[in-house]
Design a protein around this ligand. Structure first.
Ligand SMILES: Nc1ncnc2c1ncn2[C@@H]1O[C@H](COP(=O)(O)OP(=O)(O)O)[C@@H](O)[C@H]1O
Ligand SMILES: [Mg+2]
Length: 426
């Protein structure tokens, strides 16, 4: 059997160890490769028609979709989710139903967000309606907590606006920011704020096929959270990014401020009960699938591509999950021994799904491969091909109306609603 010829332009041992384990042949990007784990910049240039990169062959796959930024740039993700809700509403779809406060009953899962400076006036109106709320300013295209700050006075945003205007030039226009309502009632554990990092593999957007990795984790702040206005400038209280918290003198390198999703689940079942915990986890699945469906309308579902997204989700103290952002290149750096093991499994399981049996890929078989999937720690979260004939919006509503969870997950041989996925989380 011919060996897969692989390459990467990231210097990550979890990748190279997984390639070596399979006895794949390492080649350079200029050689003939079958599997390329590349940076987003490389993938963009591979698909850029103005670069004379040779067309990919049927035996080549890469780890990003060409315009993944429709989901992974903060401003575009919000834009696409807003558009998706509007479209459902226009179609009279009951999923876009609103409550008595004008909020989407089922699709209100991102904090209210405006683009800056484009939506400055809309933001200002909103701010005036509720002048005591704290907001968070984030550069649309950056990561790792860089450039983020909190505001709770209009004068702060005016100053940002003035400063930005003075440094912007035609050659270098000012950076786009998003301003989001700060979730000021995060669920605290041990007095500290945390968010969740969940890994989601997408092998196709049209039809949507996605998988959820069971070994996600919580990322904790190092300094206790009192309120949004307390320590408003101390980002060790407010930003859960590990790359940021690592710089704190209270950072613990043994546990790395991380807590497995299994432990979190046990803790929540113990403190809030099983019913609410189950509901929270199912709602997280719900928001992941709907964010992907929102992006699917605009993402080029190239058959050569798959992508593993890092979802950032905050749980508030009412156990409502909020989608904060989606990362195209979740960190593959390991901060602790457990982290190394988990990330090794993540890559291992992705490779097993994307290249079944370790065979050379052939994208012509992408949707026809009949061999049972080896899912490892992944579970199928949504398989549109199966789901579209089995689920419909009426099911969603009825289920939700019963106070239950919306069974978005495709059937994988088990009975309806009792999916492999949901049992995996429990
Ligand atoms: N609306 C929000 N409410 C509360 N905390 C937030 C909000 N948005 C971001 N954060 C916090 O800031 C961190 C970084 O924000 P994020 O949008 O993920 O940007 P980055 O790309 O820099 O990671 C998040 O992980 C979370 O801890
Ligand atoms: Mg983030």
């Amino acid at each position: 059997m011919a060996r897969v010829r692989c390459c990467t332009d990231l210097d990550k041992t979890v990748l190279t160890q997984n390639f070596d384990k399979r006895f794949w042949t390492s080649v350079t990007p200029d050689e003939d490769w079958n599997f390329y784990w590349a940076s987003v910049t490389t993938v963009r240039s591979i698909f850029n028609p103005s670069n004379d990169h040779p067309r990919l062959t049927d035996n080549q796959v890469v780890n990003h979709f060409p315009n993944h930024y429709e989901l992974t740039r903060k401003d575009l993700m919000v834009k696409n989710i807003k558009r998706y809700r509007r479209e459902l509403e226009k179609d009279g779809n009951m999923l876009a139903e609103k409550d008595e406060y004008g909020l989407y009953r089922y699709l209100d899962f991102i904090p209210v967000t405006y683009m800056m400076p484009a939506d400055y006036n809309l933001f200002a109106d909103d701010f005036r309606r509720d002048p005591n709320h704290t907001w968070i300013m984030k550069p649309a295209g950056r990561a790792q907590g860089k450039g983020i700050f909190l505001i709770n006075k209009m004068s702060q945003i005016k100053k940002w606006s003035r400063d930005g205007k003075s440094i912007a030039t035609t050659a270098q226009p000012r950076e786009t920011y998003v301003i989001s309502k700060y979730i000021d009632n995060p669920l605290l554990i041990g007095g500290k704020k945390f968010d969740l990092r969940l890994y989601v593999l997408v092998t196709s957007f049209k039809p949507l096929k996605c998988y959820l990795f069971r070994l996600g984790f919580g990322r904790f702040c190092t300094v206790k959270y009192i309120s949004s206005t307390n320590d408003i400038d101390n980002m060790f209280v407010h930003l859960t990014n590990v790359s940021y918290q690592k710089q704190s003198e209270d950072y613990n390198s043994i546990h790395g401020g991380k807590w497995s999703i299994d432990n979190l689940r046990l803790y929540l079942e113990g403190t809030r009960g099983k019913k609410l915990t189950d509901r929270l986890f199912d709602e997280m699945c719900w928001i992941i699938v709907h964010s992907l469906r929102a992006a699917a309308a605009v993402i080029t579902s190239d058959r050569h591509c798959f992508e593993c997204y890092g979802y950032d989700i905050i749980i508030d103290d009412n156990l409502k999950p909020w989608l904060i952002e989606v990362n195209a290149s979740p960190s593959l750096t390991s901060t602790t021994a457990n982290d190394r093991i988990m990330k090794f499994k993540l890559i291992n399981d992705i490779l097993n799904i994307v290249l079944p049996n370790g065979d050379i890929p052939d994208i012509r078989n992408k949707f026809t491969n009949s061999t049972p999937e080896v899912l490892g720690n992944f579970d199928v979260l949504y398989d549109e091909e199966q789901a579209c004939c089995e689920l419909n919006d009426k099911d969603y509503r009825e289920q939700k109306a019963r106070g239950g969870i919306v069974p978005l997950i495709s059937k994988t041989g088990t009975s309806f609603g009792k999916t492999k996925q949901s049992s995996a989380w429990r």
